[in-house]
Design a protein around this ligand. Structure first.
Ligand SMILES: NC(=O)c1ccc[n+]([C@@H]2O[C@H](COP(=O)([O-])OP(=O)(O)OC[C@H]3O[C@@H](n4cnc5c(N)ncnc54)[C@H](O)[C@@H]3O)[C@@H](O)[C@H]2O)c1
Length: 258
């Protein structure tokens, strides 16, 4: 089993390091930016959030700007870690290869209405956070982000939706529950941070300054210090990952709100 990582920015390299930590081979690194490919030839480093680690560069790795022509087999896994607006076309391209499984970074897409494919999994690995084990029933979820980054290519709400679902699903809430959660926790006011809004809910999203990055569940902060990507790879191998197509329901709702 070998991995092909498409998009080797912050998160792509976090995947690469997890792949190597877990003892797997990287078949190819794909990125549109040739400068990034050139840098990757001499250094494989995960600069993302709190991990900050380096793994030895694998000598036989292929570097190229697209998936075309790669010797991909049904044992191989493609990971798509490019910006959200590129996911849909790259997923289609990946599905046309022989890869046995495809992991796409969240959100699954900004344009897709429905996808049900046993080869396609969506990454939203908060589901694997160990602190969640000590949390029983979820009564509140809150996302805090120190600032909204410039040049964000999709609404921040959409970007973090899958993480909310990941956490809810980790506690056994299914789509039915999420609809219920909407009524109970006020998902309806997911965008309540918008200027002029006075509605507050237990499930809130904030773009204001709160200090450190974090996602709070029942007031408890979760951060990225966990080896979430490793745990995700194990789950991916077993084909047991939860798919977050459900977010498309919210995507439509959010589009109407924004
Ligand atoms: N699972 C998580 O917890 C988590 C956390 C943060 C970000 N993400 C997701 O990861 C993805 C990537 O985020 P990032 O912060 O690493 O972005 P980034 O901008 O650091 O890296 C993206 C890389 O993709 C490359 N790229 C762009 N279009 C391409 C294309 N068509 N083909 C090949 N390469 C292309 C860019 O050159 C860049 O190197 C996003 O979907 C984001 O939502 C997930």
């Amino acid at each position: 089993m070998k991995f092909i990582v498409v998009g080797i920015g912050g998160v792509g390299m976090a995947h690469v390091c997890a792949i190597k930590r877990m003892g797997f081979e990287v078949l190819a690194l794909v990125d549109l930016d040739e400068g990034i490919l050139e840098k990757a030839k001499s250094k494989w480093i995960n600069i993302w959030e709190t991990f900050k680690e380096e793994v030895p560069v694998q000598k036989n790795c292929i570097y190229q700007t697209s998936l075309s022509g790669l010797p991909i087999t049904p044992n191989d896994i493609i990971i798509i870690a490019t910006p959200p607006t590129t996911h849909f076309s790259l997923m289609k391209e990946a599905l046309r290869t022989k890869a046995g499984k495809i992991l796409v970074e969240k959100p699954i897409s900004t344009e897709m209405l429905c996808m049900s494919n046993p080869r396609l999994f969506v990454s939203a690995e908060w589901i694997y956070h160990s602190k969640l084990k000590s949390i029983d029933k979820i009564s509140s979820l809150r996302m805090c982000y120190p600032k909204i980054p410039n040049g964000w290519d999709i609404p921040l709400e959409l970007d973090f939706c899958p993480h909310f679902f990941s956490i809810l699903i980790s506690k056994g809430y299914d789509l039915k529950y999420i609809s219920k959660a909407k009524a109970e926790f006020g998902f309806r006011y997911f965008c309540s941070h918008r200027a002029g809004s006075t509605k507050l809910s237990k499930v809130t999203f904030s773009g204001s300054r709160f200090g450190e990055n974090g996602l709070f569940v029942n007031g408890r902060k979760l951060n990225w210090e966990e080896d979430l990507f490793d745990k995700q790879l194990i789950s991916l191998q077993q084909g047991k990952m939860v798919s977050f197509d459900e977010m498309l329901y919210w995507e439509n709702e959010l589009k109407a709100e924004l």
